[in-house]
Design a protein around this ligand. Structure first.
Ligand code: ADP
Length: 338
């Protein structure tokens, strides 16, 4: 029996009718401990659900399935437990780690909660203003004008959020297909700078572009690379502050161990307040904002850097953020040279 158990790809053990573990494979020993054999199964798995399943099968035969939630080295794990009646009234118990399924379920639930919350806030505000327009503000054209402006801004926020969600969905679904279009990054940056000039005028900012003499061409998706540059420059303007310069540099870089080849680096530097070190690893998480209130005030959706990360992943590149409090931040995009 132990040979068959040993060949099982999953942690497994046998419980005799007297509730003692009589055989166990090494995967189960790694999980439950080396001294499990010859002891009562409850000393290894102390779960009422698992105990019910094993007791049932020991008494009635047949099959039972249940879940076992445990914590090993401070990590929460979920196992599916399959209990089957075998010869001489014993039970075969097999454990399958399904923690990754639970994690992705939780991520999906958190995402739905976040999206609902992000949509609900502007919606609640619009409903409030609509009610005021229909009641107290009915005869006050000045208040009406002001409320309509606020409602327009809230509707625009919802529109931006839906656009960003659709973008995120698209880039995520394409992440595994490597883009093949040939993109001239010098030309792309010049065009993007031109397209952002109305925003620069409005915020009294300037983009200082430094390009290499030779054009740099890479295999990429030009619309998505444009979106990366736009999102980074818009953030530099939003968080770096008005009346400041934004430096955008493009250049070749030598062998990058993270890319495993020569690369190109495109960086966006602002001279804003900077980002505290503890926030940096979390900036590309969906809906992560350092200052929720400020991001909302300036129309942020909390998805811009998440979209940037997925597009860079699709291009097999890397994003690096460096920042110094009081001096500013640099977002560097490393892309493989084709
Ligand atoms: P948002 O829509 O809130 O701007 P992003 O995903 O683009 O969402 O950015 C996430 C958060 O990262 C922002 O809310 C902000 O707190 C921070 N951040 C992004 N870029 C910068 C920057 N250049 N300087 C300081 N903080 C930044």
């Amino acid at each position: 029996m132990i040979d068959v158990l040993q060949a099982f790809p999953l942690p497994s053990f046998v419980v005799a009718p007297n509730e003692i573990i009589t055989a166990i494979n090494s995967k189960a020993e790694d999980l439950l401990g080396q001294t499990t054999k010859g002891r009562h199964y409850l000393r290894s798995i102390r779960s009422p659900d698992v105990a019910d399943a094993i007791d049932y099968v020991l008494q009635n035969g047949g099959d039972r399935q249940t879940r076992w939630l445990t914590t090993i080295s401070e990590i929460d794990l979920t196992y599916m437990v399959f209990v089957s009646g075998i010869e001489e009234g014993a039970a075969l118990v097999t454990l399958e780690d399904t923690s990754h399924v639970e994690t992705s379920r939780k991520m999906r639930r958190d995402f739905v909660t976040n999206v609902s919350h992000e949509l609900k806030t502007p919606l609640t505000s619009m409903l409030g203003f609509l009610e005021t327009l229909q009641t107290t503000a009915q005869t006050d054209p000045v208040a009406q004008q002001r409320f309509l402006e606020i409602m327009t801004n809230e509707a625009k926020r919802m529109n931006r959020l839906v656009d960003d969600l659709l973008s995120l969905n698209r880039v995520e679904s394409e992440e595994r297909t490597k883009p093949a279009e040939s993109v001239d990054l010098n030309a792309l940056l010049i065009a993007t700078k031109e397209n952002l000039s109305p925003l620069n005028e409005k915020t009294n900012t300037q983009i200082k572009l430094t390009l290499p003499d030779e054009p740099i061409e890479i295999a990429g998706h030009s619309d998505q690379l444009t979106q990366v540059i736009v999102n980074l420059i818009e953030n530099a303007i939003k968080y770096g502050g008005s009346d400041k310069d934004i430096m955008v540099n493009l250049g070749p870089v030598d062998y990058q161990s993270t890319l495993r080849c020569d690369g190109v680096c495109l960086s966006v530097t602002d001279f804003g307040p900077g980002i505290e070190r503890s926030h940096i690893p979390r900036l590309t998480e969906r809906f992560y904002r350092i200052d929720h209130h400020r991001s909302r005030e300036i129309g942020g959706t909390g998805l811009g850097l998440s979209i940037v990360k997925h597009i860079i992943n699709r291009h097999r590149g890397r994003l690096k953020v460096t920042s110094e409090i009081g001096y500013g931040s640099t977002f560097s995009v490393f892309l493989p040279k084709s």
